[in-house]
Design a protein around this ligand. Structure first.
Ligand SMILES: *[C@@H]1O[C@H](CO)[C@@H](O)[C@H](O)[C@H]1NC(C)=O
Length: 474
């Protein structure tokens, strides 16, 4: 009797599970879903997703699926159905459809760290933040005040670097860009704070991609702790300024936020603190990765380095005083340098892609993307597409000479696109250009060790990039 009952329960359970697995593998859709696999129940293909590649190559997850299924495929990551697309035309189309067919979506870890309030009008906020950032980090500000300041910082930093026997390039560059950026953001002076921002961010970053186990001792725990520390630093500074009546003669970005608190409803304390954190993190991480990679690639490509050096020596020759700071016109005239920078950004592929969510059903190439699904626009795959960039893994800055601007617009989006494009894109380019200017004219550098690359899917340098920087002897 009992065994029959157990058998029945077992059978019902088995049917239930089979049905659940079937539904998992075959999600509801009013048409044909793009090809792909939904992986195993609950985790989907999350494990395959984090398997790294050990070069500039795309991680195996993307590479193999694009080869097998074509440029649009479906997957599931930890229970969330996702469409991945590396189709240039479709992606370009989606980017024009912002607010109509798709809206922004952020990764869970980031969403938790940069919590979003759903009551606020996102489009208005995005516009506000973008114009605020452009105001402080855009072309006008670079040209009028930042360029000479940054030139001076680079000169001092490189001089300090050349006194070290071995230098880890990524963290050294991150410290430089963070300290300089934080000065624009809230007049940061490392001497005045008990803990260095660059140390806090180093620990934060190491934990960001680790297993999300919040137990003392884990990288994730340290990451959350440091996020809290930096946030508290920002909160204290904000409160201090709100309580004080002295005026700074140079308005920084935090002052600007405070000034707008009277007119913009959404500018609450948490909002400001989270955004300050976000800005600091971007400045810390993205520019320094590009700098470290550029320095490594140049060390490995002596002919490119030679051409780059010639361009900068010509600039020095044309200057009345070779020690005067770079001007905006000089920066704009650095044709080859800007090609080197684009080529580095293309290969660094810092963001694996952009995330959107379908707010309506979308039909593309005979497939249907159901409403509510997440869409990853795999710009990283587009940057390494051999149809558009011949021998895509080769570092070849001169390829930019022959690329048409329409091809660039549809296939190269290192800073996102449209209104959502990172307002700091010019700032990043200027920082890299200024650093290269001083570096190639005054210094030489040799690789010591490290220099391994890992992409999982975000690019990392697991053992660092160790260099010896020396003053050039002319
Ligand atoms: C570099 O890429 C940008 C797009 O991000 C493009 O507008 C620019 O023309 C490119 N520069 C060169 C030198 O190819």
């Amino acid at each position: 009797m009992w065994s029959v009952g157990l058998l029945c329960v077992g059978a019902v359970l088995a049917i239930g599970i089979t049905h659940w697995i079937y539904k998992w593998r075959n999600p509801k859709c009013n048409g044909v879903l793009p090809p792909g696999s939904m992986g195993i129940p609950l985790i989907g293909e999350a494990i395959q997703l984090i398997i790294p590649s050990h070069s500039l190559e795309l991680p195996p997850f993307l590479k193999h699926r694009l080869k097998r299924y074509g440029s649009i495929f479906r997957t599931n990551v930890a229970g969330r159905p996702v469409i991945v697309t590396a189709d240039p035309e479709f992606n370009y189309f989606l980017l024009q459809q912002h607010g109509k067919l798709v809206e922004s979506w952020s990764l869970d870890t980031f969403a938790k760290v940069f919590a979003q309030d759903s009551r606020i009008d996102r489009a208005h906020v995005q516009k506000y933040v973008r114009s605020l950032v452009l105001n402080h980090f855009g072309a006008g500000s670079i040209r009028e005040k930042l360029l000479p300041q940054f030139h001076e910082v680079v000169r001092e930093t490189l001089c300090a670097w050349s006194r070290q026997d071995s230098l880890e390039m990524k963290s050294a560059a991150a410290k430089m860009t963070l300290d300089f950026g934080a000065k624009q953001l809230f007049s940061y002076d490392p001497e005045e704070w008990p803990e260095k921002l660059s140390d806090l961010f180093k620990n934060f970053e190491q934990g960001l991609m680790s297993l999300p186990l919040n137990i003392p001792g884990t990288a994730h725990h340290r990451c959350l702790m440091n996020h809290k520390k930096v946030s508290n630093m920002m909160r204290d500074e904000l409160r201090r300024r709100l309580a004080s009546t002295d005026k700074r003669h140079q308005e920084d970005l935090l002052d600007h936020f405070i000034r707008d608190m009277n007119t913009e409803q959404f500018l609450a304390e948490d909002f400001i603190v989270q955004h300050m954190f976000g800005f600091l993190f971007i400045i810390f991480d993205s520019v320094s990765t590009s700098i470290a990679l550029a320095i490594k690639l140049l060390a490995e490509h002596p002919l490119v380095l030679e051409e780059l050096t010639a361009e900068h020596e010509a600039i020095l020759k044309n200057r009345e005083n070779p020690d005067s700071p770079i001007t905006w016109e000089e920066y704009k005239s650095m044709t080859f340098t800007l090609q080197v920078i684009n080529e580095t950004l293309r290969l660094a592929n810092i963001a694996p892609g952009m995330f959107r969510k379908a707010i309506k059903e979308i039909n593309v190439k005979g497939y249907t993307i159901p409403e509510g699904w997440v869409i990853m626009l795999a710009t990283s795959a587009q940057h390494l597409n051999s149809d558009k960039f011949e021998n895509p893994l080769e570092f070849k800055p001169s390829r930019w000479k022959n690329l048409e601007s329409s091809v660039i617009a549809k296939n190269f989006m290192p800073f996102g696109s449209g209104l959502k494009q990172c307002a700091g894109s010019e700032y990043s380019r200027v920082i890299i250009a200024t650093l290269l200017h001083v570096l190639v004219t005054k210094y030489s550098w040799t690789k010591i060790n490290g220099c391994e690359i890992m992409r999982s899917p975000i690019i990392r340098f697991p053992n660092g990039f160790h260099f010896k920087v020396s003053e050039k002897i002319n």
